[in-house]
Design a protein around this ligand. Structure first.
Ligand code: AMP
Ligand code: MN
Ligand code: MN
Length: 320
């Protein structure tokens, strides 16, 4: 039995939390793990903490049990999933800090290690993939498998990003054997877009600008667009991916003004640029080909800051 399952066995009150602005992997790994514990460790109190979850994940078992506000402290065990540093737990960080045992399941290259039980594997596609390796396959239900499968689908862009390995495919294949409705999960949670999402995507593509002879592309979502379109941050899923697949692009940047003068930046690269290292310069992190950070200032400030590092990497010069 691994250390995490031992800790689960030995704890009465267990909390699970993921990073701010939770994505599919974050929700999938948290709910998959919650489902497994609920089904196999009767009598435990399990609380899942996540910021507001996209309604498209509603079909997942346990979704209605999610607490979006901090509630209670001093859990015997808290498990942080898909989270590269404690600050990324946002308002749930104090709960993590106060818990008896702190466990971390993560796959970000920018995770430099925290917590008592550290299951940090940057060569894994997703936190959901790691969770699968920790559980007893005999005891996984269809409901747990659905959440974990969904998490893998989202972090791999439906099994196509460079983070996919043969092991990822084997694990996803095994999950299908629990009766997961893979087509529905992929269509309804990954590809489907609301009208609002299509409109914002269209605007972002229309207003995108190429730099560096087309090696870099960026688009900027102004804060006022949220009101104008009636959109929320989660409606921007997939935009940076659409920019990335533009012919000739190595780095795609989506700059989202989440509040006036504060920008959430998403970075994607195709084959050469290590965007995790660039995001880390600005206090963020992520993976080599997908990373993010928050940068204050105008869109010009953001672009000027980032292009310095991107150009340096494209030219093979090192800036420290
Ligand atoms: P995003 O562009 O938000 O989809 O994020 C891409 C990847 O980078 C995800 O794995 C995120 O968890 C990670 N990431 C995004 N923003 C940050 C940040 N501020 N700090 C650390 N990791 C981040
Ligand atoms: Mn994530
Ligand atoms: Mn992830």
């Amino acid at each position: 039995m691994n250390k995490l399952l031992e800790a689960i066995r030995d704890s009465e009150r267990i909390a699970i939390a993921g990073h701010i602005r939770p994505d599919g992997d974050c929700v999938g790994s948290a709910l998959g793990l919650r489902q497994y514990i609920a089904e196999n460790y009767p009598g435990k109190e399990i609380t899942v903490f996540l910021e507001e979850v996209n309604p498209k994940f509603r079909f997942l078992s346990g979704i209605s049990e999610i607490h979006s506000e901090p509630d209670g402290e001093n859990y015997d065990l808290m498990i942080a999933v898909d989270c590269s540093d404690p600050e990324r737990l946002g308002k749930f960080e104090p709960i993590f800090r106060s818990s008896g045992t702190k466990a971390v399941i993560d796959h970000h290259i920018s995770n430099h290690g925290f917590g008592d039980i550290r299951i940090i594997e940057p060569d894994r596609s997703s936190a959901s993939e790691i969770v699968c390796t920790l559980l007893d396959p005999e005891k996984i239900s269809r409901e747990a498998a659905e959440a974990l499968y969904m998490g893998i689908v989202h972090d791999t862009g439906v099994f196509k990003y460079s983070n996919v390995t043969g092991r990822t495919m084997e694990i996803a294949g095994k999950l299908m054997e629990y009766g997961v409705d893979h087509s529905r999960i992929i269509d309804e949670t990954f590809y489907a877009r609301t009208y609002i999402q299509s409109q914002v995507l269209g605007r972002a593509i229309l207003e995108s600008i190429q730099l560096m002879d087309g090696a870099c592309i960026f688009s900027y979502i102004k804060n006022k667009y949220f009101d104008f379109y009636g959109a929320v941050y989660q409606d921007l899923d997939g935009i940076v991916e659409q920019l990335r697949i533009t012919k000739g692009v190595e780095v795609a940047i989506l700059i989202v003004e989440i509040e006036p003068g504060v920008n959430k930046v998403s970075l994607r690269s195709n084959t050469r640029v290590d965007v995790a290292s660039i995001a880390e310069k600005f206090g963020g992190g992520g993976h080599i080909r997908a990373a993010g950070c928050t940068i204050d200032g105008t869109v010009y400030d953001v672009i000027n800051n980032l292009t310095l590092y991107i150009e340096a990497q494209l030219e093979g010069t090192k800036i420290v």
